[in-house]
Ligand binder design. Sequence first.
Ligand SMILES: [Zn+2]
Length: 151
Amino acid sequence: MLSIPHALTGAFVANQIPIPAVYIPTAFAFHYLQDWIPHWDFGTGLSTGRRKKSTAILLEIGELIITFGLIYFVFQRGQTEVQYHIWLGGLMGIMPDLIESPRNFLGWEPAFLKPLNQFHGMFHNSTHHKVIGLLPQVITVGVILFLVKFT
Ligand SMILES: [Zn+2]
């Protein structure tokens, strides 16, 4: 999935349960569950050559900037102190993709990361159909925004 739903999910969990021993593994678990749902993201097509690495990197950097802004506006804005748990939850929400990024973009995979990347790959279901692939992500973001606003 895109970083936006992953990171918002991790930040939301940390916001609801600000206990690191709970939100860190939960954010990881949600990442794998979300990747199991067929989805489209900027990495879709990398392995088949349908998308260039340089394009995926630029799109991902732009998306990370948007993700940072969304977490700020949804969870941090208006708070007098930095909500470290929210930022850490968001970071944990995208961590499996960050761990995999040196392999995907640089062709470099340290041996100790291989088992984590293989585990990540077991859950990954991509689709080239953008509507089907984006719908669950839009729903995820919508549900989180609804819950933040009304709970
Ligand atoms: Zn992933």
